[in-house]
Design a binder for this molecule. Structure first.
Ligand code: PMP
Length: 465
């Protein structure tokens, strides 16, 4: 039986501040958004692009409301961040409470309990039954940079292995780790280089685009390992870094056995195995971390995005012997582990536990998968859906020219644009720009989710027709 305050009741009939209903009230984008766009053009650099032309005024549960009063169904969660919603009451209260006491002292000057409490949570939640240490930062890229710093210093080696289709950030080192040139590394007349050295790229397991479609995960891992051994030499490799489900690259789920084989090889050769769970972590894939699906235990995990209910916080958690190899003062940063962000993280993690948001992600997976598998079957050879894939509430459709595997970025853009006009925010991704990704807040109610999927299905039918 569910009571009104029970987690099940909170999910079934969530008491959100904003009405959980899609509504486009007038012209689109509306006049207030148009005014803001004009002000923006005069002062904000155009290198910072936005996916949608409307400006946010409020957001709650599965809804983003713009400055003109339009309510959009949010199937992007600010790129996998607001898993507990954009204004989870627990997060809001924790932030208010903390900021009323102190917003900052700098953990490297006067430390505080929140930082330690977050590290305790991460030691408990991340896989691995060994002593762990944590360091907190501000962004995903910063976490990745620091995981690499730790691996290099602890091993005394330089080389870092990254994968095709990888995305790890936009700072200098993480640009080098990221695979896609445009827009992250290159520009129309040159690029953002020179890039960091000692980064090597090897092939990913990308089942939909393998030349040999029957290649197993273990064989795909061996293909990468052979390249590492022949071209770098295992004794020179400090770390392998991999997203267990690749995010920006196209929500690519490697073939079963790929990640365990890589992790095993890394262990045998003293190579630090870093799982970049910045996008896939914190219940998003239906487990606390995506590596859990295959029982892989990384040496270091990088985390950000969903960790703190929308506040900027990132972390690395890993083997104590690796992290403690770094001398005092070798790691840190002014804002890293900000007390308000820590309070938000503790509240967000509490909400994830209380509402079993990992279970909720698995529920979302079953709703979406059932529906779009049926659509794909119905449309058959005429379908622009090349593949439906993902884990939990990290799901995607790769669009192709019907009957081929040729990427179809035009259809992808058209589907996302039609959804937006109808009041649904949907993000695209992929090396070939041909993937629609679904990343709803995990607290989204069933009725709202279904309405959003109705709009998406209509868009696929009309664009694909
Ligand atoms: N790693 C992964 C897997 C990511 O998806 C991202 C962000 N999309 C990053 C790192 C970089 O995170 P941030 O934008 O917070 O620097």
């Amino acid at each position: 039986m569910t009571t009104l305050s029970s987690p099940a009741a909170r999910i079934a009939e969530p008491a959100f501040r904003l009405e959980q209903k899609r509504r486009i009230v007038g012209e689109f984008p509306g006049p207030r958004s148009a005014q803001l766009a004009a002000r923006r053009a005069a002062v904000v650099a155009k290198g910072v692009a936005s996916s949608v032309p409307v400006y946010a005024a409020d957001a709650d549960g599965g809804i983003v409301r713009d400055v003109d009063g339009n309510s959009f169904i949010d199937l992007g969660a600010g790129i996998a961040v607001t898993s507990v919603g954009a204004s989870d009451p627990a997060v809001v209260n924790a932030v208010r409470e903390q900021v009323g006491h102190f917003a900052h002292t700098c953990f490297m000057v006067t430390p505080y309990e929140g930082y330690i409490a977050v590290a305790e949570q991460l030691a408990e939640l991340t896989p691995g039954d060994f002593e762990k240490r944590t360091v907190l930062f501000n962004s995903g890229a910063e976490a990745v940079e620091n995981a690499v710093k730790v691996a290099r210093l602890a091993t005394g080696r330089n080389a870092v292995v990254a994968f095709d289709h990888a995305y790890h950030g936009r700072t200098n080192l993480t640009m080098a780790l990221t695979a896609k040139a445009m827009p992250y590394k290159a520009g129309p007349d040159g690029g953002f280089g020179p890039f960091a050295s000692e980064i090597y790229r090897v092939p990913m397991s990308y089942p939909f685009r393998e030349e040999n479609p029957s290649i197993t995960g273990a064989e795909a891992a061996q293909r990468a390992i052979t390249m590492i051994e022949k071209q770098i030499g295992s004794e020179s490799v400090a770390a392998i870094i991999i997203e267990p489900v690749q995010g920006e690259g196209g929500f690519i789920v490697p073939a079963e056995g790929f990640l365990p084989a890589l992790a095993e090889w890394a262990k045998a050769h003293g190579v630090v195995f870093i799982a970049d769970e910045v996008q896939s972590g914190f219940c998003r894939t239906g487990e606390w971390f995506a590596v859990n699906h295959e029982g892989v235990v990384p040496d270091i995990i990088t985390m950000a995005k969903g960790i703190a209910g929308g506040m900027p916080l990132s972390a690395i958690t890993g083997r104590a012997d690796l992290l403690d190899a770094v001398h005092a003062g070798g790691l840190g940063g002014t804002f890293g582990g900000n007390p308000v962000a820590c309070a938000a993280a503790l509240a967000a993690i509490g909400t994830m536990k209380e509402l079993d948001l990992a279970g909720r992600a698995r529920h979302i997976e079953s709703v979406v998968t059932e529906r779009f598998t049926a659509l794909q079957a119905e449309l058959g050879e005429r379908s622009i859906i090349g593949e439906l894939r993902g884990r939990g509430a990290m799901l995607a459709m790769e669009f192709v020219v019907p009957g081929t595997r040729t990427p179809n970025p035009e259809a992808t853009k058209a589907v996302a644009a039609q959804c937006l006009r109808e009041g649904v925010i949907i993000l695209t991704c992929g090396t070939y720009g041909n993937v629609i990704r679904l990343l709803p807040p995990l607290v989204i109610g069933d009725a709202l989710l279904t309405d959003g999927l109705d709009v998406l299905e209509d868009a696929i039918r009309s664009v694909g027709a």
